[in-house]
Design a protein around this ligand. Sequence first.
Ligand code: LLP
Length: 470
Amino acid sequence: MRAHEAGALHGDLGNRGPAWLRTPVDVNALVPQLWPRNVARAADGALAVAGLDVRELADGFGTPVYVLDEDDLRARCREFRAAFADADVYYAGKAFLCRAVVRMIAEEGMHLDVCTGGELAVALAAGIPPERIGFHGNNKSVAELGRALDAGVGRIILDSFDEIARLTALARERGVRPGVLIRVTVGVEAHTHEFIATAHEDQKFGFSLAGGAAIAAALRVLDEGVLDLRGLHSHIGSQIFDASGFEVSARRVLGLQAQIRDARGVELPELDLGGGFGIAYTTQDDPAAPHELAKRMRKIVEGECQAERLAVPHLSIEPGRAIVGPAVFTLYEVGTVKSVPLGTGIDGADGRRSYVSVDGGMSDNIRTALYDASYSATLASRASAAEPMLARVVGKHCESGDIVVKDEFLPADVQPGDLLAVPGTGAYCRSMASNYNHVPRPPVVAVRDGRARLIVRRETEEDLLALDVG
Ligand code: LLP
């Protein structure tokens, strides 16, 4: 998370707008880095995406609705592929997965990461070649591993000694030799510009490097010879803005690579450096372009390989958020607007804040409530000449933490029936959506060249009742 999320805004779910928001902006302006590339205000002031008016989208599909700018997503795939030209780029499906998106990323030459049987089922149903699938997870079941072997997934990322035993037995039974990576816990937790280099061994993923489990796992797999150990894997965290975490992690993991060579005379041919590349949620975020990241990461890996006298392994990365996050915005309809006093000495706009309630909330975007994440919003169905007012966009759920956008300046004439758009909601919003309060989950609509296509339909109350069999 960005410094302002972790620090300045922490505990700021109370009264005052954060310092960076205290200067009102042009409420009609769209900051380009926050929006999919084909979103703009039309001549009459309403937002349009790839030539389609958001009011038509709302009429046709209802609200809330996740709107995907398909060309934007495809362009992000191509940017990553061009930047990491000699690497495999796995799209991390946990960010958002459905068959249409699997087909899009596959057409753009991407690989795909899945981490459960459910994600694997979607991937296979979409027809991506199984050898382009990587299978993650700290507790894959026997059934899930068996399905992965039967489907012929390209890489299984090993996460525990139990799993090594489980997969070895299953592979022996089937007489197959699956390609595997060892997930290494490198002891680096990346926080944007900082990282804390110790104490983060204390988590559930991977084999500890410092504790010796990682080398033991690699040697066990090599010595047993049943699984085809292709390389090492590390993933240091999410919403990372600085390559220094990758630097430490690459150094440590390549150090392990050298230890394995020294112990068994084997140079593992692959290295997966995981995902976690940050995106802009507000104007405070300034992510690096993929080609800059690629340049730095390649330099780090080449330097370390030279130091360890290793051949440079074939690289993989696993971006999820950076592919789909910025390609989507959520369109909501405003239901109520309530102005509340902020109390004495509080410097919101004229001492008041407006609570703008929309027809979704924490069921379609849990990230604000769960991670204290920051988002922005704009009036989407029209432009407005009204003064800016300090607003908080909230949902319709029965709890006060049901906040979508903590602080935003919206025009003071926002009213019921207006459409609001929240950008940057492609990653970890629909995929983490819930049915809290029996609110059906919104649909996903892909827009391209002026045409809208439903790719995930809206859940209905009948869907919810269908599970209720008592
Ligand atoms: N690879 C591995 C092994 C991962 O565990 C993850 C994310 C990724 C790749 C993709 O990371 P990305 O590029 O999307 O940051 N729900 C949280 C994020 C959880 C990420 C879990 N692993 C959020 O909403 O911020």
